[in-house]
Design a binder for this molecule. Structure first.
Ligand code: STR
Length: 420
């Protein structure tokens, strides 16, 4: 039937999506794409593999939206999902429909799911695991020389930046070392856009079995780790269900692993590309914490965070996010916000006065519970690496570093270095 109202509605919708920026699954020009998103405005209309959404590109407005209770994580609030336009055949669905956990619920339920985890990850509590992180770091650095090929080249990602966060989050959550290579392989396939969706759904199902078995094992024999603490937690409220413990466990492993790899590698890359700044750090003129914060701002481990949904119309400037629409937070664009960081926001500068005033860990109730942990990890890994290998350098030109085809994370395939 050709009802004129429907036609008008379709035209309005087409108009709304006109000029939408297509996010490139192959990540061929991340800086160009980030600049285009920022030029498109405070709220940019984007398309993620054919699925339309809004994205926030500015620090100030993102800060507001991240505490706006009209935006929720519950996928059932998404019109495109409820009406069956988006299904589990969409390759990014695993970023949103990840099971019940602190990552997917809001309000009082969210506090109930999250409290134990955030309490375990305070800077004070983390002091207790600092020696273990230092030990992992030293052991991995011991392996670097032996891992060099005939030309003296070693992949700093495979041998150092990737195993370290896995060891740390594995120790924290009580995941056996023998399983780490499997988890690394599965998450690599999960995030890569080259993985066929059937395969991704299969690996997510396999991971669910793995984590459920682990939670059952810890339920029978609790140990001294956060997974056991989540199982035993009761404080006043309801204890967490098995599904909730599994959800939190997989969120912790996925997040703690993937994002910290990016932080460590991006910091090394930025320093090698800015030798004057590296020299200041090595001379003790600028602290390693400044390197960590400026890397978080300038080269965010998370490019886009999917997704929140509007439960009412929300007006931002002259744009209305309609009830049922999806909102992405584009942390890379936000880190480059000239309104927040000045006209030179695209430059890496560890002495920048606003280097700590980034929002890379988010804001509001869902702010990254692992923020302090990742700062401790990078704060140990970076000085230890450059302390052991002060002549560290890239084995290929920086421009030849290959980005992985990952839409949401800032991920490189490898980081070949010479140890100097
Ligand atoms: C990956 C798949 C899964 O099983 C569970 C989660 C929940 C936490 C998510 C994670 C996801 C993807 C990466 C995220 C992480 C929280 C922080 C991390 C989004 C969907 C970031 O990149 C910020």
């Amino acid at each position: 039937m050709n009802c004129p109202h429907a036609a008008a509605a379709r035209a309005a919708e087409a108009d709304r999506s006109a000029g939408a920026i297509t996010i490139d699954p192959m990540v061929q020009d991340l800086d160009g794409e980030t600049a285009r998103l920022r030029e498109a405005g405070v709220l940019a209309r984007i398309e993620l593999l054919g699925v339309p959404a809004w994205t926030v590109t500015r620090h100030a407005e993102a800060r507001q939206l991240l505490v706006d209770q009209r935006l929720v994580k519950d996928i059932e609030a998404w019109e495109l999902w409820r009406t069956g336009v988006v299904t589990r055949a969409w390759p990014l669905i695993g970023m949103i429909d990840a099971g019940r956990s602190m990552f997917t619920v809001d309000g009082a339920e969210h506090r109930r799911l999250r409290t134990k985890t955030s309490q375990a990850l305070t800077p004070r509590r983390l002091e207790a695991i600092r020696p273990a992180i230092e030990k992992f770091t030293d052991e991995l650095l011991d392996n670097l020389e032996a891992a060099r090929d005939a030309n003296g080249v070693v992949d700093l990602k495979a041998v150092f930046a990737q195993p370290l966060p896995m060891k740390v989050v594995g120790m924290l959550m009580g995941v056996d070392e023998a399983q780490h290579p499997m988890l690394t392989r599965q998450y690599k396939a999960f995030f890569s856009m080259l993985t066929p969706q059937e395969e991704r759904l299969k690996l997510l199902a396999d991971l669910d079995v793995f984590y459920t078995d682990l939670v059952r094992e810890k339920t029978a024999h609790p140990t001294d780790d956060l997974t056991s603490a989540l199982i035993l937690a009761e404080e006043g409220g309801e204890p967490l269900t098995e599904e909730e413990v599994v959800g939190n466990l997989k969120a912790m492993v996925a997040a703690g692993h993937e994002t910290t790899i990016g932080l460590i590698l991006n910091a090394v890359r930025a320093l090698l590309a800015h030798p004057d700044q590296l020299a200041k750090v090595l001379a003790g003129e600028v602290g390693w914490d400044a390197v960590v914060e400026e890397t978080l701002r300038w080269d965010t481990p998370t490019t886009h965070l999917l997704m929140r949904f509007a439960t009412e119309d929300i007006t931002v400037g002259d744009t209305v996010i309609r009830k049922g629409e999806g909102v992405v937070i584009s942390y890379r664009a936000i880190g480059r916000d000239t309104g927040q960081h000045g006209e030179d926001a695209d430059a890496f500068d560890i002495t920048r006065p606003t280097r700590n005033r980034h929002m890379t860990f988010g804001h509001g109730p869902h702010i990254c519970p692992g923020a302090a942990l990742s700062r401790v990890e990078a704060g140990i890994a970076l000085p230890a690496l450059f302390g052991r290998f002060p002549g560290l350098r890239l084995a290929i030109p920086d421009a030849e570093i290959t980005k992985l085809p990952v839409m949401t994370q800032n991920d490189m395939a490898a980081f070949p270095v010479l140890l100097g």
